[in-house]
Design a protein around this ligand. Structure first.
Ligand SMILES: *[C@@H]1O[C@H](CO)[C@@H](O)[C@H](O)[C@H]1NC(C)=O
Ligand SMILES: *[C@@H]1O[C@H](CO)[C@@H](O)[C@H](O)[C@H]1NC(C)=O
Ligand SMILES: [Zn+2]
Length: 596
């Protein structure tokens, strides 16, 4: 994943307060004996329920599931394929074998060994020779997944964008779209010797697979293809069409890849043509003593605002009171002294996340839990909750619009007055705000200083200062590199949002099956917020149900990103195997669903 326009993303549920989270150690690796025991146990449970069923159902009839499970964070039931149940058993059993593990290591390691770096400011495909690195990657996929390539229809969009169609037998069912990206963040040459294993080695140490892209996002791309190859190997033929879209410059803003794939997909399937879209994103992790999966249902927007001050030059021995640099400094101080106000509203996606935490996080401090729950009805509690959220920079950044002065330049010589000075402020825009609101806010913020310094003020193409006023220079606000990106539409997560319910049930089925667990509360699903962006920024028109989620096990802490975008990127092979299981389960569940 990447953050528009550059990189480094975080997502999902805010990291837990370390002091009040603990590791649950009961999730051992799947093992045949426990597996059998649990299956046996499950079978006897069913028998028991059948036996005393009448009485149990009678006694507890008044207790609707919602009485036990929070109304504001309803949890889906575990969703296991039924029609394709036998096939699901066969492929998931296979995913647990040593031979499949070796195959998975080979598939992912091979993909890591073909470097596919994308860079900022690359020229278009055909002009910039660096794109040619993707040719060998396509050759690799062709050789590694023979069934995929002999069965699915592959179209290449803008030369390197991969668009696969696995046609379903029933054309009246809306297709699903699984997305991933082929490119990786470049390895900084000076850091190569800091890698424990060379960045493009794809080295497997028996537990972890190392290398650039092993996690972000070749694990997603290879995970999807591995799941499909395995289903094909068992002669599965889909009823519902499955479409794959693999961009190739996600880490460099996605214009060439997903930006070209989006119109190609829309031309075939139409606006809102997909039942849902799953792309890279967050996974699951332990939070406050319970395990939460946090599919990203929203993405913040972003805008880089350039603030430029121009003033007459001249010899610095006869200076004016303020130079362009001095005025720029005052403008930047004005920014930092006036951060965006942050409000937490009950309609904010993060508010729903908090409700889930309050409902299911076993080790959440009780005052936090009480405040969250009370805030549903009490304005006072909502204010208190806002206070708690604002205290935590991670929480706060998920809710509000942020600002960071990231670039500055001015002046050319120590004895010459600077004719120009500029800075760039990077904003991440709250899902309840917009690019327009941020532009208006910044414009207003600097108005009094512009007039104090007698600067002719233009902002985003409009003249702000009065015509004909005296001027000792100019202040110009503009979009720094590209136009701002609006926050993504929020994916529905209610009880009647069939795609979210299907995804939730699939997450639970995958998690349980990988660990031979039973029950619907072994893992909780809560809506997550992305603070970065993915290729889905181009896919908004293709579906209103977009999830940034790939079932990656982040272990104890969702902040443990496994070297993503830095040295020593890796993935635990057990996590990768679970991702494959997730994609296979998702495809089968979606195939059977008639409510999507
Ligand atoms: C295709 O799916 C639609 C919608 O669920 C259903 O009504 C129809 O019967 C299906 N057609 C076939 C041939 O199964
Ligand atoms: C701005 O212009 C006014 C009127 O021309 C002048 O009095 C004032 O000193 C100027 N201020 C600056 C900072 O140049
Ligand atoms: Zn990525």
């Amino acid at each position: 994943m990447s953050n528009f326009p550059d990189e480094k993303a975080g997502s999902g549920l805010p990291p837990p307060n370390q002091a009040c989270s603990f590791k649950i150690n009961t999730y051992a690796h799947p093992n045949k004996v426990t597996g059998r025991f649990v299956r046996l146990f499950a079978a006897s449970c069913i028998a028991l329920v059948l036996f005393v069923g009448g009485r149990v159902l009678f006694q507890f009839r008044d207790l609707a599931p919602d009485a036990k499970y929070g109304e504001l964070c309803p949890q889906a039931d575990v969703l296991v394929p039924e029609k394709n149940g036998k096939l699901w058993d066969i492929v998931t059993d296979k995913f647990g074998t040593d031979s499949f593990k070796a195959q998975a290591v080979e598939w992912l390691g091979g993909a890591v060994r073909v470097p596919t770096e994308s860079y900022d400011n690359m020229d278009v495909v055909g002009k910039d020779p660096r794109w040619e690195a993707f040719g060998p990657f396509h050759d690799y996929l062709l050789g590694a997944f023979p069934l995929v390539h002999s069965t699915l229809k592959l179209s290449k969009v803008n030369t390197y964008g991969l668009f696969y169609e696995w046609k379903g037998s029933n054309a009246s069912l809306k297709p699903i779209l699984l997305a991933a990206h082929q490119d990786v963040v470049p390895v900084v040459p000076t850091t190569v010797d800091k890698w424990t294993h060379p960045p493009y080695s794809g080295h497997f140490d028996g537990e972890k697979l190392w290398g650039r892209g092993s996690s972000d996002d070749k694990s997603g791309l290879i995970g999807i293809l591995a799941a499909i190859e395995s289903l094909l190997d068992n002669s599965f033929q889909p009823t519902r069409t499955v479409v794959l879209a693999f961009g190739f410059d996600e880490e460099a803003s996605g214009t060439q890849g997903a930006g070209s794939l989006a119109p190609a997909l829309e031309a075939v399937y139409g606006k809102d043509g997909f039942a849902f879209i799953v792309d890279e994103g967050s996974g699951f992790a332990e939070q406050h003593g319970s395990v939460f999966a946090t599919p990203g249902i929203a993405e913040k927007g972003s805008i880089d605002v350039r603030i430029e001050v121009s003033a007459p030059g001249g010899h610095s021995s006869i200076p004016p009171r303020h130079t362009s640099i001095g005025m720029l400094a005052a403008l930047l101080v004005q920014y930092e002294e006036n951060p965006y106000k942050v409000f937490l509203g009950r309609r904010d996606p993060f508010y729903t996340t908090l409700q889930c935490v309050a409902e299911y996080a076993k080790a959440l401090p009780s005052h936090f839990r009480k405040t969250i729950k009370k805030s549903v009805h009490s304005k006072k509690a909502l204010e208190a909750l806002q206070g708690l959220v604002l205290e935590n920079p991670n929480y706060k950044s998920l809710v509000g619009t942020t600002q960071a002065i990231d670039l500055i330049q001015g002046g050319v010589k120590s004895n010459a007055l600077p004719e120009q000075a500029w800075a760039v402020v990077n904003h991440r825009i709250s899902v309840s705000s917009s690019v327009g609101e941020v532009r208006a806010h910044d414009t207003k913020l600097l108005k009094s200083l512009a007039s104090k310094f007698n600067l002719t003020y233009n902002a985003f193409g409009s003249r702000i200062s009065e015509e004909g006023a005296s001027s000792s220079g100019s202040l110009t606000l503009s979009d720094a590199f590209h136009l701002g990106l609006e926050p993504a539409p929020v994916t529905p997560t209610g009880k009647d949002a069939a795609p979210y319910q299907l995804l939730s049930g699939t997450i639970k089925a995958t998690y349980n099956s990988h660990r031979s667990l039973v029950g619907r509360d072994t893992i909780n699903v809560a809506p997550g917020m992305m603070s970065g962006n993915t290729d889905t920024r181009y896919y908004w028109d293709l579906s209103s149900h977009i999830f940034r989620y790939n079932h990656h096990n982040s272990g104890k802490n969702s902040n443990a990103l496994g070297g993503i975008h830095t040295v020593n990127e890796f993935i635990e092979i057990d996590s990768f195997l679970e991702m494959i299981r997730f994609f296979a389960t998702l495809i089968l569940n979606a195939d059977e669903s008639r409510s999507l």
